[in-house]
Design a protein around this ligand. Structure first.
Ligand code: PLP
Length: 344
């Protein structure tokens, strides 16, 4: 099959209609078979719990074309499990892992002409979405759910790629609080972050790094990505641990690569804001953000610069090369993270 005619190397991180999406319905205690749908709209009760009470959770993962033309998903089992955690927190019914895996594989097969060619730096982004669809007025969980999966070819979230960007530490506005939903991937967290991102952009920053909601003394994460840093001596990969951070699959992979491939010490622990003065490199990581180096971090009246001549630091670069090399099949998949999609 011919590839779609797109400017693959200059794709934004944005939605583009592809050929098909998938719908699975949960009703009377069981999931339906996959419904393959061409149009990209859905019909929904105007009183659906997802619309009024935010009963919705989602995932984000990518499929990558390798040099030999094969296509792999990166650790999709992790996304299946995280969706289950998100669903549990909002008292929703999540698709079982096998159904999730079937769906994300099928969506690639159905839209394979939209999988960006090897070497373009782009990927097919897959968005699984779970929403409560029962029409209700009282604040209560839905009885019925729609699990929908669509795909869109994308470039990196921060279009500058590996170019370091300016961030600020945000102490006043919050995306999540202890005991809340910051550790799961639900729409409400992102709704809460929109105004924060907009305010930061108006001040000339790309994004913020939040501090913890309780004490403001610890670093949490960014709006769309986890935060990591490299110690002054270059020997430690440091990333915050907090109950209001979404456990990033990219960060989990980087921690593993840092320890097992780069022989760094991994420090996944509460990270004090004051420690920003002790880092040699800093960055954000996520499926969409990949590794986005932080050029500078502004905190109150101070700005700490982590890069020289606007270039990514050496440890971040090595991590980036390993991770992205593995995802596109150029670096040996030692840990079995790639799941090949059957294509005919
Ligand atoms: C709030 C938040 N943190 C972190 C991440 C990165 O997670 P992952 O690496 O699993 O994509 C994302 C993006 O998915 C996110 O939205």
């Amino acid at each position: 099959m011919e590839k779609a005619n797109l400017d693959w190397s200059n794709l934004p991180f944005g939605y583009m209609k592809t050929d098909f999406h998938l719908e699975y319905y949960y009703k009377d205690g069981k999931w339906s078979e996959a419904k393959v749908v061409e149009k990209d709209t859905i019909e929904l009760s105007m009183s659906a719990t997802s619309l009024h009470y935010g009963q919705e959770a989602f995932e984000g993962l990518k499929a990558y074309e390798h040099k030999d033309g094969s296509v792999s998903l990166f650790r999709p089992e992790e996304n299946a499990r995280r969706l289950q955690k998100s669903a549990e927190k909002l008292i929703m019914v999540a698709p079982p892992e096998e159904l999730f895996l079937e769906a994300v594989e099928k969506i690639v097969q159905l839209n394979k002409r939209f999988v960006p060619p090897y070497g373009t730096g782009a990927a097919l982004y897959i968005r699984p979405l779970l929403i409560g669809i029962s029409g209700m007025l009282g604040v209560q969980p839905s009885n019925e759910y729609l699990f929908l999966v669509f795909a869109s070819p994308v470039g990196p979230y921060f279009k500058e790629g590996l170019k370091p960007l300016k961030f600020k530490i945000e102490e006043k506005m919050k995306r999540a609080a202890p005991g809340g939903t910051g550790d799961v991937k639900v729409g409400g967290n992102y709704a809460a972050s929109l105004r924060v991102s907009r305010a930061a952009r108006a001040e000339g920053f790309k994004e913020v790094i939040y501090t913890d909601a309780e004490t403001n003394q610890y670093l949490d994460e960014s709006g769309p990505a986890n935060f990591f840093a490299i110690s002054k001596d270059g020997n430690s990969y440091i990333t915050p641990k907090s109950e209001t951070i979404l456990p990033s699959i990219t960060n989990k992979s980087l921690m593993y690569l840092a320890e097992h491939d780069l022989e760094l010490t991994v420090e996944n622990r509460p990270v004090k804001v004051d420690e920003i003065y002790d880092f040699s490199e800093a960055g954000c990581c996520g499926t969409a953000a990949v590794i986005t180096p932080i050029e500078s971090l502004s905190f109150r009246d101070d700005t700490i610069v982590y890069t020289k001549d606007g270039k990514v630091g050496p440890v971040s670069q090595r991590l980036y090369d390993r991770l992205t090399g593995m995802q596109v099949g150029d670096v040996e998949d030692k840990f079995g993270w790639n799941r090949k999609v059957k294509l005919d």
